[in-house]
Design a protein around this ligand. Sequence first.
Ligand code: NBP
Length: 474
Amino acid sequence: GAANIGVVGLAVMGSNLARNLASREGNSVAVYNRTYARTESLVTEHPEAGFIAGKSIDEFVASLAKPRTAIIMVQAGAGTDAVIDQLAERFEPGDIIVDGGNANFQDTIAREQRIAPTGIHFVGVGISGGEEGALKGPSIMPGGSEESYRTLGPILASIAAVVAGEPCVTHVGTNGAGHFVKMIHNGIEYADMQLIGEAYDLLRTVGGLPPHAVADIFARWNEGPLESYLVEITADILRHVDQATGLPFVDVVLDQAGSKGTGVWTVQNALDLGVPVGGIAEAVFARAVSGKAEQRAAVRRLVTSRPEVQKVSPEFAEDVSAALYASKIVAYAQGFDAITAGAEKYGWNIHKDQIAKIWRGGCIIRARFLDRITQAYTENPDITTLLEAPYFAQAVADGEAAWRRVVATAALSGVPVPGFSSALSYYDSLAAERLPAALVQGQRDFFGAHTYRRTDRDGAFHTLWGGDRSEVTA
Ligand code: NBP
């Protein structure tokens, strides 16, 4: 075999990844697709790539140099399992099967376990950045064994996005760690998009600005600490005018947001692990609410008068920017908490500074902000929350008053801000001297004898609520 890397599955993602691989010095790329017509058109359209095309899976496997390394880019689920089995039948111990699709990390863990007895490495790799990222340089989150990474790492580094001279790839951890972190990335992406959406809504509804003026504000924000791909494209989208009607594009799009499920996975996993990721959950729920057309229509019919939109100062946009930044810090703090919890639960040694680093390029949440996260975790990997890192503590303190004004103004004006307000409540929960959790413990003890702990003594206690209300040690 002559190819150091192979790609199976040549739909848009696989084709682009194969072309990216072939364009990099040192790679020779074998390609295979179940339906040969796809292989043929890729090879014909891109003779410069020098692809080694396999007509059959056997031909493909024979064209790979050892250790054979093949990246699967087929439909997640049954398609992926079918290809894994075909490769596992033909590969030898030490060879590497890579799943580059959007697999659920639990499936990746199970697949790795299933393949491990054969001596073949199974590696789940999260690849972010969509079609364009696959072609020009994605952010890459590989899991799998250390040993497999010695072969795979340099190949992935050759195609990853590059920021400040460094490729956006790091060995995240064993088995499903890569797909796990990709999932969290997508959860954070949901939260970030929701927060940006709320900022737009406030500037428009309360600030009274037309979309093109809001676009100008986002473009300005993109020159400062909020600089990010999502803020940049938001300005673009808000400026766009629908060609059919001449109306702002954002006004002709149906306001019901879709989702493909990775945000839901993030929240489901966080619920299982007991990690509060309210910012991500609210973003998932906000999309769900937007889709409830009948309920929205029913409530709109009932509500005859809406609150009067509050008058705001000329500095309102600055307030919204501060609220957006503080809420964003909370959302990322929650996402990194989910990573910490997953690492603990599944035994992964995840370096969070490295994760923030590889998200700086190639992926949807790429942003200047991520440098600050890398810095925070490099200075102290053991901080209990990002909110405790000096830069973020200061940033939240600086924006706090504005954040409160914005959430209060939104509530008084009847503008929904589930992201901003849940982030602020989360922050206030962490900052509060006492939480009503004490009362909840009392309720739990009253009706279910669940016991409680005391502030002044160790141990578990129960009050005899139905009797003389004396306290007993549980
Ligand atoms: P699709 O998800 O549309 O899958 C099409 C490919 O799967 C074709 O090559 C098809 O072969 C192959 N395939 C199927 Br379907 N069933 C198969 C089977 N039983 N055996 C062998 N091959 C089978 O491709 P895509 O849109 O390029 O996405 C590929 C992966 O990348 C997916 O996991 C997707 O979720 C992920 N993805 C990621 C991003 C991102 O930003 N990271 C974006 C889009 C997609 P055929 O030609 O013979 O039908």
